[in-house]
Design a protein around this ligand. Sequence first.
Ligand SMILES: Nc1ncnc2c1ncn2[C@@H]1O[C@H](COP(=O)(O)OP(=O)(O)OP(=O)(O)O)[C@@H](O)[C@H]1O
Ligand SMILES: [Mg+2]
Length: 585
Amino acid sequence: MVGTHFSHYGLFKVISYLPRFASYVFRHVPSARYAAAAAALGVMLEYATLSVMLPLASGKGQSGSLTSTIIDFWHNIAAQIGLPDVSRTWLWLFLLLLGMRIAVGFAQVALNTWVSKRIHAHLSGGMFSHVVMHEPLAEIYRRTIGHYTALAGDEAVRVGQVFFNLAQTLSALIAATIGLVVLFIFSFLVFKLTLLFLLLSGFAIGFAMKRVFSWSNESALLSREASTTFIEAFNGIRSIRSMAGEAFVVRRYQNLINRYGRVLFLLDVFNQGARSLPGLILIVLGLVVLFPSAGFIQDFSAIYFFTVTTMLIRVLSFLGTAVSSGGRVVIDIRAAFDLEDIIGDTPASGQPPLVGELISSVHKISMSNLSCGYVSGYPVLTGIFAQLEAGRSYALVGRSGSGKSTLSDVLLGLLPPMSGELQIGNLPYDQVDLASLRRKVVLVEQQTRIFSGSVRENIAFGLTPSDAEVQVAVEASGLSEFIGSLPDGLETRLDYQGANLSGGQRQRIGLARAIVRRPDVLILDEATSALDGQTRDMILQQLSKLFLDKILLFITHDNQITQSVDEVWHLKKGRLLIETRAVSA
Ligand SMILES: Nc1ncnc2c1ncn2[C@@H]1O[C@H](COP(=O)(O)OP(=O)(O)OP(=O)(O)O)[C@@H](O)[C@H]1O
Ligand SMILES: [Mg+2]
């Protein structure tokens, strides 16, 4: 069930995670440095633009104050370039700096967006490769598909947005602080009132953030459940229709999407609300200043009033941006915790570290007192002593649920043994690089998966076999006639999940896919169960020729097959009994 293992994270944990996130960004997206530089330049320009307002507003300063230092600074600059000390000069400078500020602001947004998209791509790709290569199968089944599609899709996008919004929050905060300093210089009273209101709204916002956070958790959960429902319905569409379950599935999906939409609505409304909060503060502030008995307004000159108001509007609009993007950071960073595997320790090269020794060939697999199973403390099989040797064929038999597929999972390196010894050649299992083992030990599954692409692509599946090699595999798996009947032969595209194939045709494509890989160990899990006797016999004959000096392991209930192998392994009540046959050559 999706969400069972979903954690809720506290606000404090989110904030303490930000430095870790920033370090990940700077490690993996070098252009983040330019974005940071643009942000710094933007802040400087912001400061310069605002400070030009001082000579513009007052013309002359009071000696010794911060005001006069700033004014002197600009007067010096003006004198150096030979500009006269008149209002026109200051207005020109102001406009020039403002123009530069806008240009840098644009560059900043473009860079931040670029970095966000890079983060998204890195996380999404990293997530997919992590799941495909390393995530234990049991974990994947437990978490369901919605979890992973949401992480690689929606949530990777969100984490990318974190950078954008974080950069925006920080620069808005710095700009607002600068504005506050200027306000402090101009009007201590307005400064004090502003601080008071910031404090009050800070409490309100902090309180609201808690709510936002729980909505954000809920939205992720619902989105994952909806994805799972969607994909499961897609993959099981035949079953759903054949038992008239459409209405049920549609209702379930609709229900989830409605709830998801409601939570997203709440999050968005909150964010928009946060943006307008500073405007409300401005109105209240204005009312306080206007209140007649307070007597604040009498000696305001027009230019003074203009400067203070402009400054205040800027400060408050920056704060609005800060609150709103800060809110988004809090909402979106949640996804980063679930992508921690990628954010945390992927080496910069993107190459997974090599685990164990590479396997180049497998001539022997030995099991000694081996136990295996899925749930610790509940082994499916125990006390297994057996050996697979090159040049021999084996049949693994037993009732349904007796552990045949479980044992083959162990041989494939999909399921680590619980106890006992498993050796690949002379190498203990835990010293083996499993990916290289799986290139040598290949399974034909009970149900062959068809992937989108042509017949040839489905057989080659990542390899580049020659035409002759494909031909051998096609013939050995009894596919020649079928492929000859297709409009484009090997290049014919197959429908989604091979819907346009019969069960037996699908099974034979699975066989051809395994044969073309030329494994040292071929495990066939009921791989001929859907075939007629004649086709099966032909395939068995071909296999015994092609795999004469290799290991063939049939998992089967078929007497015909058990008669033809060198050894029959019986699984019964969690134990393995070996029956050796004297096969006449
Ligand atoms: N992923 C899993 N997690 C937990 N238990 C599992 C898992 N897969 C199989 N089992 C359990 O392990 C036992 C052996 O199952 P296994 O699939 O190996 O049987 P089998 O012999 O291949 O049966 P069949 O002939 O029906 O394919 C069963 O009790 C099954 O419930
Ligand atoms: Mg099975």
